[in-house]
Design a protein around this ligand. Structure first.
Ligand SMILES: [Zn+2]
Length: 424
């Protein structure tokens, strides 16, 4: 249903003017208030009371909930609970989010008030709204929802609590707890919704992976080398990779023992790495199929650093471009392909010369392409071990390399060995 149909339904239920109801609804939706919440708010405003559907909807197994359900009653175990503040109609509102499970499956929830439950609790939740979130149903616990301790504990196959290794952290996670070492940390001033704010940005690591973080409410414990347990963080995608977010609700505790941080990046097949949706630090091994256009000697916009084509920057128009070196290579390991981007330093290594050498080679040949051609001649067909940050968007997968070296093992052999293992 679109806003118009919702407004029509409400207007006829409440016996008020449709245009007025629609304006109220649109105003609330602008603040990202879920449609169920917005409708109830409008009902209350016009004296129509909450709900609208039956006060005690049927009990439903989590696996059977679809986005077509209006309101449901469920009996489930709380797996995780994260706390966050969002801005709602100009006010800061504290919400709780996480996952519930029963014997049939799991579902995400958002609680618009504090019902006081914790991970591990078995609950019967009455009259929870169902809304669509990211293509899947999600439960909304609002002021017409009842929450009671279930008569019997709910047995679930899922891990209760938010403790996770960094490798298992994904964008969209809520209420996660991690045990990490702070590897990098720096203060930053940003212009936030309440003016200038100090935040911390950096990188944390554990035995499984490394991830970037942002602390929106700087904790003094966060400094390079600190070994910490951090509870109640949420995860969002930032520059194509999952990023850990600490808030005023996160708790930070010093750990008595050092956290082991892996020197190596996790090594994945290209297909698995791309399926992960983005990784901060990953190792791939594959063959270079092709060196793409926009490699070798390039020009960048002095304002924004974007690559300039025919003297034109996409944002700044005609500019006096600055010379730079770069490689964009297609890497293939038989499972999928990824575009590997090498910066000026790594490009100089694979080219066998720096910017000055490239410029003089181009001048001698009166052709800039000789640099990309020489690089392609050296790279194409070879097997390489690449490490860096992988981002995935609608244009494909890109790995910004921090290391690029000749692979001592043939990717095809590695793939065959993996197959033999599986068959064995
Ligand atoms: Zn520019």
């Amino acid at each position: 249903m679109d806003v118009n149909s919702h407004a029509e339904e409400l207007a006829s239920d409440l016996g008020v003017d449709k245009a007025e109801v629609k304006a109220d609804l649109e105003n609330l939706l602008e603040y990202s208030v879920p449609i169920d919440e917005a409708k109830q708010s409008v009902r209350r405003k016009h004296g129509g009371g909450g709900g609208g559907s039956s006060p005690t909807p049927d009990a439903v197994d989590l696996a059977n909930i679809t986005i077509d359900h209006g309101n449901v009653t469920v009996t489930a175990r709380v797996l995780t609970r994260g706390t966050r503040t969002i801005r709602y109609q100009g006010d800061d509102l504290t919400i709780r989010e996480g996952e519930l499970a029963d014997g049939t499956g799991t579902i995400s929830y958002t609680a618009w008030q504090d019902f006081g439950f914790e991970p591990g609790d078995s609950l019967t939740i009455g009259n929870a709204g169902v809304r669509e979130w990211d293509g899947s149903p999600e439960l909304n616990l609002n002021d017409s929802t009842t929450v009671a301790i279930a008569d019997d504990p709910v047995n679930v196959d899922h891990e209760v609590g938010g403790d996770r290794d960094l490798v298992d952290i994904a964008a969209g996670d809520r209420g996660r707890n991690v045990e990490v070492r702070v590897l990098e940390c720096e203060e930053k001033t940003i212009s936030g919704r309440d003016g200038e704010t100090e935040i911390l940005e950096g990188v944390v690591g554990d035995e499984t992976a490394k991830l970037p973080f942002t602390d929106w409410d700087p904790s003094p414990e966060l400094e390079p080398g600190a070994d910490l347990r951090i509870e109640d963080v949420y995860v969002r995608e930032f520059r194509g990779v999952p990023s850990i977010n600490l808030t005023e609700f996160s708790t930070v505790t010093l750990l008595p023992n050092p956290v082991t941080v892996a020197d190596d990046a996790p090594r994945l097949s290209v297909a698995d790495a791309v399926d992960s949706g983005g990784m901060f630090d990953v190792e791939l091994v594959g063959n270079v199929l092709e060196v793409r256009d926009g490699s070798g000697l390039i020009e960048r916009c002095p304002e924004c650093g974007r690559v300039v084509q025919n003297g034109q920057c996409r944002s700044h128009g005609a500019v006096d471009g600055e010379d730079d070196l770069r490689v964009k290579a297609i890497l293939d390991d038989g499972t999928a392909t990824v575009t590997v981007v090498l910066d000026d330093e790594i490009t100089a290594e694979v080219y066998g010369g720096g910017l000055d050498d490239a410029l003089s080679a181009a001048k001698d040949a009166m052709d800039k392409d000789v640099v990309a051609d020489a690089i392609a001649e050296g790279l194409v067909g070879g097997a390489y071990r690449v490490r860096g940050s992988l981002s995935v968007d609608e244009y494909g997968a890109t790995l910004d390399a921090t290391a690029f070296e000749v692979a001592d093992d043939d990717p095809a052999d590695v793939a065959r060995a993996a197959l033999t293992e599986v068959r064995g």
